[in-house]
Design a protein around this ligand. Structure first.
Ligand SMILES: CC(C)(COP(=O)(O)OP(=O)(O)OC[C@H]1O[C@@H](n2cnc3c(N)ncnc32)[C@H](O)[C@@H]1OP(=O)(O)O)[C@@H](O)C(=O)NCCC(=O)NCCSC(=O)/C=C/CCCCCCCCCCCCC(=O)O
Length: 718
């Protein structure tokens, strides 16, 4: 709703009231329409101010209404009526003016903002466009290039930038509503002719065609297959080339194509999923709202390889004081050079300053005696990590939280090496650790609620999306990835090429296909793990060469490593590169010969594999493992898995994440395809649909937001 009152004698003050962000729900829109009518009909009122309660102007249209039958007054005519008013209307912006909130402000005759406010048109991130006149008014106000940038990226700008761009008329450090009311009094009776943005023309540009061609190329490159950014460019083009009324028609038409699209559904689901992962819970009953995080002021990082350096930077950027420990003198010296320059680059990018003395370096673990939290980031080797944890348990304060940055090792086992296993959790960072948004916080059997809460909060402070997951081999992300990689190898055995598999995945929306990604991260990483697991034995011959522990196994990755092909770092992997460290993947005839010989040696007759099979085999098997993970309670809900895959593994956001994708495709279809592939490959047991997946289908395939009920029922039966 909206509250209306008269203030300072002649100003009608309209306050949007819909906590927490004053989203423009049907009742808020109705409240605005009614209040504007009252203000315009009241002779005593000479000007109007619109503001939001609790220090937030407006977070935009109510996203929760989008999937439902729309009711209440529509936004577009509401904003037109405000703009057409014959009394000055001033927007008083505090907190946020986003999406429909900014569009409402653009319909006002003046915009005054607090200096700390953020403004933007983020509709594109929800699979939409600013269809309440935003695509038509913003270019008319600030010019086509700047508007294109804001509308196609959805980025939020500070009040200072908004003032510079010309979105705002005034920025204040004081009480914004008071300032706006005074301003409204000062403009009473002035002509509004030059204040209605819809009557402006876009500033002329010399080469519109190439501007829009470039913009189109840029958005197509940035989010492969996403339709909203393309529609945003088309809508802004309409603003630049058509009269306002026709531009509005075009905006409406383009919005209609987006509004009910699968991509919009996926992105809106993902908006709420990101927020849901913060409300974590564990099977032991620990929860986000009942567990108190400990304060962490000083942290330590043990091991300053690539990951340790990135973690050190992330901690320092979060404002912590950091003790960075590396026992190898040469590595320490290199880290002392690398970390400050990483910090400097980050500060330039983010416009922040870093206290250079917030990091101290040491060659001994003794230096961490007084820290609140340690993140161990030594080489991925259990014996080495055990030793470090034993040492830390002696050196640290008894209440220091001990975290391990491992991508798959057993957190419970490491906890058992310490005097306080309840203070041990995993913090699985993704490389580069100071850039990648994802953090898996891995709780062990004995991790205390406070330990989990502290790690989750620290992740948030570092700007990460922290997802709490249980302890199992590979946790959630890598456990699912393993299945995906294995299917990709099997597809090569059956006749596919890395190019074919990668093309299918990249057209689906991944920034890189599985083979290009493996080349980038290094084939030797997985090889080392397989060797440690006793799997990578290429001396086996005959049928046993492709079977391990009774299941199908592909030694292709091991064979490549034996040829010294570790990916980009060696200049050869699944592709060839112009030099070691080269980035541009080129098809490699050697690899194709190698695959031909391999198939011939094993009596494999190559067949034609299409993109659909690639997608189904690789993605459905990964999804199936996701269901297994939910079934086991390793992840609390599908949103956790989706956040992990979008933020950590390049799953295209406009497809919502693997679990959402399964919901979109239809669970019955996923089961049917998995069963069919399992029949064709009976020695791949994990192609069998998981129990949870089958149960969901048996329960009538409820929509994704209801899966938790089925999972919960299952857990309560156990
Ligand atoms: C920056 C924020 C605003 C605040 O951030 P923060 O303080 O960190 O808080 P959060 O945790 O993010 O949020 C707190 C809770 O509030 C919920 N929330 C936030 N914003 C919204 C919202 N806009 N709607 C609903 N709920 C919201 C959030 O989920 C949290 O709750 P919970 O924890 O999940 O329970 C930050 O929140 C933020 O960035 N918000 C989103 C801002 C945004 O993206 N705004 C744009 C929204 S879309 C929009 O505005 C569109 C406008 C144009 C619409 C035109 C309509 C025309 C319809 C025509 C249809 C024609 C087609 C029909 C065709 C046919 O049918 O024929």
């Amino acid at each position: 709703m909206a509250q209306y009152r008269r203030v300072s004698g002649s100003v009608g003050l309209i306050t949007l009231q819909n906590p927490p962000v004053n989203a423009l729900s049907a009742s808020v829109r109705q409240g605005i329409v009614d209040s504007v009518k009252r203000a315009l009909g009241d002779q005593k009122v000479k000007s109007v101010v619109i503001c939001g309660q609790n220090g937030v102007f407006c977070g935009g249209a109510d996203i929760r209404e989008f999937g439902r039958q729309m009711s209440g007054p529509p936004l577009v005519p509401m904003i037109h009526d405000i703009e057409a008013a014959n009394k000055p209307v001033v927007a008083a912006i505090e907190g946020s003016a986003l999406g429909g909130g900014l569009e409402l402000a653009l319909g006002c005759h003046y915009r005054i903002s607090h200096s700390k406010a953020k403004l933007g048109l983020p509709e594109v991130t929800l699979g939409l466009l600013p269809a309440a006149g935003g695509t038509q008014r913003l270019p008319r106000l600030i010019g086509v290039p700047a508007a294109l940038n804001l509308i196609t990226t959805g980025r939020h700008v500070t009040a200072a930038e908004a003032l510079q761009l010309g979105i705002l008329d005034h920025v204040t450090e004081h009480n914004t509503v008071d300032v706006a009311v005074k301003f409204a009094l000062s403009v009473t009776g002035e002509s509004l002719d030059g204040r209605r943005i819809s009557s402006f023309s876009c500033a002329p540009l010399s080469d519109l065609d190439s501007l829009f061609e470039e913009a189109m190329l840029k958005v197509r490159g940035a989010a492969r297959g996403a339709i909203a950014p393309v529609a945003c460019v088309q809508a802004v083009r309409a603003a630049a080339t058509l009269p306002y009324a026709q531009g509005m028609e075009r905006e409406k038409e383009l919005m209609a194509t987006l509004f009910h699209s699968g991509q919009a559904r996926a992105l809106q689901y993902f908006f709420f999923a990101q927020r849901a992962v913060g409300r974590w819970s564990t099977p032991s009953g620990a929860r986000w709202d009942t567990s108190q995080p400990r304060p962490v002021r000083k942290a330590a990082v043990i091991g300053l390889g690539t990951m340790g350096r990135g973690i050190t930077v992330a901690l320092a950027q979060a404002g912590l004081s950091v003790v960075a420990v590396e026992t190898h003198a040469k590595q320490l010296m290199e880290a002392k050079k690398a970390v400050p320059s990483m910090l400097k680059r980050g500060a330039v990018r983010g416009g922040t300053t870093i206290e250079p003395d917030s990091i101290t370096y040491s060659e001994t673990v003794q230096a961490v005696a007084d820290v609140d939290l340690v993140i161990e980031a030594v080489f991925e080797d259990m014996a080495l990590k055990e030793k470090v944890f034993q040492q830390l348990s002696i050196v640290c304060k008894p209440d220091t939280l001990l975290c391990t940055n491992t991508s798959s090792l057993d957190v419970d086992h490491l906890a058992s090496q310490t005097r306080h296993p309840e203070l041990v959790v995993g913090m699985h960072f993704f490389a580069p650790a100071h850039v990648m948004k994802l953090l898996e916080v891995v709780y062990g059997r004995r991790s205390s609620p406070a330990a989990v809460a502290t790690a989750m909060q620290l992740g948030k402070k570092m700007g990460k999306v922290s997802v709490a997951v249980g302890n199992c081999r590979g946790f959630a992300g890598n456990r699912m990835l393993k299945r995906y990689l294995e299917q990709a190898f099997f597809l090569l055995e059956e006749g596919a090429t890395p190019e074919l598999v990668d093309r299918a995945l990249e057209e689906f929306g991944f920034p890189m296909g599985v083979f290009r990604m493996s080349d980038l991260s290094g084939l030797d990483v997985g090889w080392r793990v397989r060797k440690a697991d006793g799997l990578a034995d290429t001396s086996l011959t005959g049928t046993s060469a492709r079977v391990r522990q009774g299941c199908r196994y592909s030694p292709l990755g091991d064979l490549l490593c034996e040829h010294g092909r570790f990916g980009q770092k060696t200049g050869r992997g699944w592709y060839q590169y112009d030099k070691p460290g080269g980035r541009v993947a080129k098809s490699d005839p050697w690899l194709h010969n190698f695959l031909d010989e391999y198939r011939a040696r094993h009596g494999l007759v190559p067949r034609c594999i299409d993109q659909q099979e690639v997608l189904e085999r690789c993605l459905f098997v990964l999804i199936n493992e996701g269901f297994q993970i939910l079934e086991e309670g390793i992840a609390a809900g599908p949103e956790d898995i989706d956040a992990i895959y979008v933020f950590g593994y390049g799953w295209p956001r406009h497809r919502g994440g693997p679990m959402f994708y399964a919901d979109m495709v239809g669970l019955e279809r996923v089961v049917e395809r998995l069963e069919r592939y399992h029949q064709a490959h009976p020695n791949v047991p994990y192609l069998q649909p998981s129990g949870l997946l089958r149960r969901l289908v048996a329960n009538g395939s409820p929509p994704i937001h209801k899966w938790r009920n089925v999972i919960k029922n299952r857990n309560s039966q156990l």
